[in-house]
Design a protein around this ligand. Structure first.
Ligand SMILES: Cc1cn([C@H]2C[C@H](O)[C@@H](COP(=O)(O)OP(=O)(O)OP(=O)(O)O)O2)c(=O)[nH]c1=O
Length: 201
């Protein structure tokens, strides 16, 4: 079985992969994340996921390499990770009371071959007060997250409604990731532990 590498510095992605019982090592991919001129958010997110996976796969052609990218998109505008507290505050004010998309792509590369999936999830925020935006920014949680929030953390109290994939919002769509691995001959369930009861029955 080919070793699996997660080409990501995101602790959320590593936790999500552990959740589905996968053994893997971590090797973040440092790529240029500048959008191309007139690039759509969908194309941008999928391109970045593929570039991350392919970059790491180049130096480990015997491995299956997973790359991913998440962007928050409001009115077709990409709201990435904030550069500082001011941008985080401004982003949260824009998301307040509105519905945005979280676009996450996952890519699986082996040598120079790469397959990818894009998942778009609709998330609606209730109206946020200036005081709670200030308190949230002061907590530090927005700083390393697309759209300046984490649904899995304190930011969970802002979300009114979600239509799509919760795991994709956190950073890695689990169903699509498992499907890519299964297509590559690595069904994750084959490595799941068996409970003691099932071994005696
Ligand atoms: C919307 C949202 C994003 N995020 C995080 C997931 C990603 O880590 C981050 C999006 O930034 P990315 O650029 O996709 O990922 P990253 O820089 O953290 O890691 P790498 O490029 O090495 O894979 O935002 C959450 O944790 N919760 C959320 O609710």
């Amino acid at each position: 079985m080919s070793p699996i590498i997660l080409a990501s510095a995101s602790p959320r992605r590593a936790e999500l992969l552990q959740q589905i019982g996968l053994s893997f090592s971590v090797r973040p991919a440092d790529i240029d994340e500048t959008p191309e001129p007139r690039e759509t958010p969908e194309h941008y997110v999928e391109r970045l996921a593929r570039e991350k996976a392919l970059l790491v796969a180049q130096s480990s052609p015997e491995c299956l390499v997973l790359g991913s990218d998440t962007s928050v998109v409001l009115d077709r505008v990409i709201l990435g990770k904030p550069s500082g507290a001011g941008e985080a505050r401004a982003t949260l004010a824009r998301l307040s009371g509105a519905t945005h998309q979280v676009m996450t792509a996952v890519a699986l590369a082996c040598g120079g071959v790469c397959h990818s999936r894009l998942v778009v999830t609709e998330v609606r925020f209730r109206a946020l007060s200036a005081n709670e935006i200030d308190a949230y920014v002061a907590s530090g949680e927005p700083m390393d997250k697309a759209g300046s929030y984490g649904i899995q953390g304190l930011g969970g109290i802002f979300v009114n409604e979600l239509r799509g994939s919760y795991s994709a919002v956190v950073g890695l769509p689990l169903q699509e990731t498992a499907a890519l691995l299964a297509d590559a001959g690595y069904p994750v369930w084959k490595n799941w532990p068996r409970s003691l009861e099932s071994q005696t029955s």
